[in-house]
Design a protein around this ligand. Sequence first.
Ligand SMILES: NC(=O)c1ccc[n+]([C@@H]2O[C@H](COP(=O)([O-])OP(=O)(O)OC[C@H]3O[C@@H](n4cnc5c(N)ncnc54)[C@H](OP(=O)(O)O)[C@@H]3O)[C@@H](O)[C@H]2O)c1
Length: 403
Amino acid sequence: MIGVAILGSTGSIGEQTLSVIDAHPERFKVISLVAGRNVERLAEQIIRYRPRCVSVQDISARERLLALREGNPNLRQSLENVELLYGEDGAVTCATASGVDRVMSALVGFAGVLPTLMAIQKGIDVALANKEVLVAAGEIVMRAVAQSGVKLLPVDSEHAALFQALMNLPRQDVERVIITASGGAFRDKSRAELQHVRVQDALKHPNWKMGNKLTIDSATMMNKGLEVIEAHWLFSLPFEMIDVMIHDESIVHCMVELIDGHFVAELAPVDMRLPIQYALTYPERVRLAPSRLNWQGISKLSFRPIDFQRYPALKLAYEAGRQGRSYPAVLNAANEVAVRLVLEEKIPFLAIEPIVENVLNRHQVRSIETLETVREVDRWARQAAEEEAGKWMVPYSNKKMFD
Ligand SMILES: NC(=O)c1ccc[n+]([C@@H]2O[C@H](COP(=O)([O-])OP(=O)(O)OC[C@H]3O[C@@H](n4cnc5c(N)ncnc54)[C@H](OP(=O)(O)O)[C@@H]3O)[C@@H](O)[C@H]2O)c1
């Protein structure tokens, strides 16, 4: 039995991880569940999976979870021998608890950095969905992976695809890799049309059902930018060798171009349970019943190059990635703040890119030696992004009033 810690168990990846575990009860045992504030959903998971360690985002979420025991004898009983923690320390304790063989790192944003890093340092294999971990702290995380010799298994569908496509290819034969992008909710809109979009429109992704931050990141294409940086770290690829193409159908997840002109591509259904399962069972492959490509329904596979004028966030991410050092951490933190404010309807969708760009321009680059430096950079960038966002808030709320 593989003992699993799920960081972000109430999220989109977390829930799909549990459904993979449901499909193979003889293989997996849930040891830890880490969630944010959705304590109602977490309570159901605790009753069903009986973890030994549970952690929530903060003390008030812990209190709300404890309050749910009233009138719920199943929850009361299920919590009896559980270590019930909160905050970053709680997430670290759950990620590194005894009996954990593999961590599913699926928190969203910077919150996942420390628990993921601590699990790696403890010698625990990690299935990585939380791409922001590598964007913010790639250098430190990859150094820890090399030192501890653990497996860092990609869950993002494009990276799971690259992991498989590159597996048997000699590195000197690879000319470049291409990761595909669906184009997000606004792929058919011009930039002028984006002036008037609302949050609820941005949250309608054409192909995938994902968490809110990621759905907004897909609409700006910042998500693909974060993935380019993630691919750089996971596969030691220079940025010149990583390209992106828009592919409406989300069936081809990556292509590897070889020096003689051949291409090796990976195709898979639009179903995150495939990469999740492979990251949990690797190196073994296990049958996953319902997920098959339905070739009857596929009449075309289309590919378009990226227009960087249309998607400036992707350009910013490439630039931050190429500059390296503290720039990617700044890009990530500024983007997290801007996306949160868009989701709270305090700034317009089109404010994200200028906020990130201005924060990057204001940043005095630093070399990244320790996690403490990453944290300092992250804190600075969040503060700077709040300041930049302030310029958008009053005009936006006035505009909304008169709309
Ligand atoms: N969804 C996908 O299809 C997909 C595909 C590829 C990669 N990814 C990556 O996987 C990660 C997760 O994505 P998602 O779509 O699953 O996000 P999501 O649905 O928003 O889930 C995020 C999870 O993290 C928890 N959380 C957030 N902040 C926390 C904190 N400070 N402390 C503890 N828990 C916290 C949330 O808890 P509550 O909900 O309880 O508050 C939730 O369980 C992201 O980095 C994303 O880019 C996702």
